[in-house]
Design a protein around this ligand. Sequence first.
Ligand code: PLP
Length: 542
Amino acid sequence: MSERPQPLKAINRLFEGKEPWQIVTMTASSVLAIVFAHSLYNAQESLTTRLRKEFFRWLRQVPIVRRKIEEKMSEINSDFRRDVAKRLAGVTLRRELPDIGLSHEQIIEEINDHVNLGAYDWKNGSVSGAVYHVSQEISKIACEAYTLTAYTNPLHADVFPGINKMEAEVVRMAINLFHGDEDCCGTVTTGGTESIIMACKAFRDLAYSRGISHPQIVVPSTVHSAFDKAAQYLGLSVKTVPVNPDTMTVDVDKVRKAIGRRTCLIVGSAPNYPYGTMDDIIALSELAAEYDVPLHVDACLGGFVAAFMTDAGHHVPVFDFRLPGVASISADTHKYGFAPKGTSVILYRKPEYRHHQYTVTTEWPGGVYGSPTVNGSRAGGLIAACWATMMFVGKSRYVEMTDQIIKTARFIENELRKIQGMFVFGKPATSVIAWGSNQFDIFKMAEHLHKKGWALNALQFPSGVHICVTHAHTQAGVAERFVADVKEVAAICLKDNASPVQGKMAIYGVAQEISDRSLVSDITKYFIDSMYYLPKPEDAEK
Ligand SMILES: *Cc1c(COP(=O)(O)O)cnc(C)c1O
């Protein structure tokens, strides 16, 4: 026998004295094992998550468990529907196209009836976030712009070159606010979620172009759920990095450890939605440069506040294109840009990134079809309304309103810090203040505050509530009334922390305790169903 290299000798020893069928079986099963291991490594979910899901899926197939769950789900579903029927009491329910169109007056009257449904006084500062409504004046100009352009479609550049120009100007103004250079570029989208999906698409495709086959995004646990949605739509896997429990900002060392061969994007929030804290974008930018991975800064919520804070005399850390690692920024014009709902911007450092955002179809019988964002036909009216808002408000008024919002937020933060029994999470970076309690059930507090007419946002993992201060809260007396109510409720909660939480707030407490997350997901789907539930006229009477 001639001399063979070492590894071959080892293989020969392994198969020595084996029958041919044994050799074939051993080879096949080891190949299968390698394929399986590889699929685990590239999986979109960790092994423990998948095992856990399998377990609960198995459990839910046990007949008695299944029956119990079905009963409970149907109960929950009818509860949701009952709530909807209650909320819609008093308005005309329509199931058919009217035979003859209604009159102008009748339609306006019905629209007013619809806008006024709902339990909260949303124009006067009772609601956290959600409505960034400012003034009749601003809404008037935005709506007039919409009236003039509602039927335009910037997908057809030759027909509506002026709408394209307005979009380009919105993008450029935003780039300049975030200190981008001439190479920076972007698009207007229909909202923060679309901006985020677009950034994930761009950097997924950039990764594909570099030969990465199963790209992964690395995000803080507090990042907006739109990243999870983007990952679901785009087939990305998500690596979630915990935040430091004291600062509530992402643990940068753990981000470093999470970066790997498949990483196509790392993300920081400026600030994040739940706790309103800003991740250390400076440190993340350094990591991004060191590992040559793109960093996206999600400034959807705070972008149009943070951009004006320095001029308004308030401190804000650098979070924008001044940091070399920042590859893209999302910022919502329909939040603190004060434009009507339906616009946001996604900005990139380089044209190459934006190219990866586009989709182009070259073989379609309808022609070569290229489009920048998710939409095909696009609402030129929303772009014009956004443009008109920015033109009308102008820099000095944005600065002034930012000052009012931040002063109000700081006032609320300082007052909340003085209240016994509760604590503020981390350091609120812009306009969101989150707090929790170690001495009473925070959802009990939220329930009491709801009864007093305050619509706040409930947080989980860890439990808390937050208020997102908008221009509506800067009106005289609103913040003082809010602080006084929290103070009063805190005293009540400290005295009585035994009685269980009731009503809608109870759901948040309970939802965190359910270890089978597929149940929570199913309940949520019924809730979404209920948004599309239209009671039959006879049911609405009950
Ligand atoms: C609101 C928000 C988003 C998503 O924006 P939508 O306009 O609601 O789609 C993303 N990130 C943060 C931090 C947000 O607050």
